[in-house]
Design a protein around this ligand. Structure first.
Ligand code: C2E
Ligand code: MG
Ligand code: MG
Length: 401
């Protein structure tokens, strides 16, 4: 079934729990979805083929047929809908089912652990409205010249000394009618088109200029910039970034380029060319969201990274989930054994920060230390807290942002 045949705002809910169907309706209809719920798995293939929903929310445990079997059948039918898996099973099983769907060539949009959070459902659904995506992309083209984009900066703390060593630049879009649009919503759209190139260029130039301004105020901050998969295939990227640095008088050594693990592993030769040249020019390279992608350790060793960022999904749960704690500990150890600096993102409480210090983690980043802040507020925050003692009380700035 081809994508173009799908009906953009139709959502099918497959669940034997009718209350869940009603809840999904409550979440999805305000987002503009037409919702059909069925509790009979035998109906699913017929509905999918005739009603052609763009999104399907599927419970993995329905009496009469299991969700895995249904996934197999949908794959056989070449179903092009975005699939969201919902279930009360443990997170690992849910993730395994998601991976299985991907391997079968289905478009796996995400998981919903029951009991579901309405806000989370809405955020997931917001992503898959093709009609809106077209409009958003159209508006995004004009967003740079119209000055609607801006950067926020989230500080990074040296776990051992408590000193702020740098920031990560995170892009935001103040849309005239939609309000604040998160990067998760528009970066993937930009990545599907050439728009990601001017966008990253603007972000890098702005962040490097901002770093120069901080340096002139004696805030010696490194600045981390997120680079998309597509950017990292662009052989002119190293020269462009070096030019921005030269124009602003910022040493490339104080610029860290963050690549996600998944994107880091595509088209390895071209990528290795770009990354190696970036390193030769003096830039630092971080592998972002490590632990969630599909790279092998061999690939990690081959790429010239200097820093490993442990994915926030593990760090956020490390104080309540023993497995997550072990994963964080292992990844920090792995980073050090490979000669990389370790950074944990998603530090949300003092306990996590203390545990990271004990594990020997180099840097921490997270809401407990500070939310991402606009440049002027970050400077004010730093003037107030020159050194953030590790494992101290929550910062007031984290309540703002
Ligand atoms: P990322 O690079 O992994 O950035 C970290 C994200 O985690 C940020 O979300 C940040 O606000 C959030 N975060 C930080 N600390 C905490 C915490 O303690 N708890 C929780 N729950 N979240 C925390 P944000 O700003 O929404 O960015 C999301 C993703 O969008 C980024 O993930 C990155 O992949 C992408 N992105 C953001 N800015 C840019 C950009 O300028 N260029 C590109 N290419 N991608 C960007
Ligand atoms: Mg990042
Ligand atoms: Mg990250």
């Amino acid at each position: 079934m081809a994508d173009r045949e799908l009906m953009a705002s139709r959502l099918l809910v497959v669940d034997d729990d009718q209350a869940f169907g009603r809840l999904m309706k409550r979440a999805a209809e305000p987002c503009g979805y037409e919702v059909v719920a069925t509790d009979d798995p035998r109906d699913v293939r017929r509905i999918v083929q005739t009603w052609r929903p763009a999104v399907i929310v599927l419970d993995l445990q329905i009496p009469g047929i299991d969700g895995i079997e249904l996934l197999r059948r949908l794959a056989t039918d070449q179903c092009g809908a975005q699939l969201i898996l919902a279930s009360g099973v443990d997170g690992r099983t849910l993730e395994a089912a998601l991976e299985l769907g991907r391997e079968r060539g289905l478009k796996m949009a995400g998981t919903l652990a029951k009991p579901v959070d309405l806000q989370h459902v809405r955020e997931l659904l917001e992503k898959f409205r093709p009609a809106d995506n077209g409009r958003l992309l159209h508006d995004l083209r004009a967003a740079i010249p119209l000055g609607q984009l801006f950067l926020e900066y989230q500080l990074k703390l040296d776990c051992q000394t408590g000193r702020v060593t740098g920031v990560e630049a995170l892009v935001r879009w103040q849309h005239p009618t939609l309000g604040l649009v998160r990067p998760d919503r528009f970066i993937p759209l930009a990545e599907e088109t050439c728009l990601i190139d001017p966008l990253t260029d603007w972000i890098a130039a702005t962040a490097i200029r901002q770093a120069a301004s901080w340096h002139s105020q004696r805030f010696n901050l490194d600045v981390a910039i997120n680079i998309s998969a597509k950017n990292a295939q662009d052989i002119e990227l190293p020269d462009r970034l070096a030019r921005h640095c030269a124009e602003c008088g910022v040493a490339p050594a104080s610029v860290i380029l963050e690549l996600t693990e998944t994107s880091a592993m595509r088209n390895a030769v071209q990528l290795l060319d770009v990354l190696t040249r970036l390193r030769l020019k003096g830039f630092e390279l971080a592998i972002d969201d490590f632990g969630t992608g599909y790279s092998s350790l061999v690939q990690l060793r081959r790429m010239p990274f200097s820093e490993l960022k442990v994915d926030c999904s593990f760090v956020m749960r490390m104080t309540t989930d023993k497995e997550c704690r072990f994963i964080v500990e292992t990844l920090i150890d792995l980073a050090h054994k490979l000669g990389l600096r370790s950074v944990a993102e998603g530090v949300e409480n003092a306990e996590a920060l203390a545990a990271l210090r004990a594990m020997g983690c180099d840097s921490a980043q997270g809401y407990y230390l500070s939310r991402p802040l606009p440049a002027d507020r970050l400077a004010a925050f730093l003037k107030e807290h020159k050194e953030l003692p590790a494992a101290a009380t929550p910062r007031d700035a984290s309540a703002a942002g």
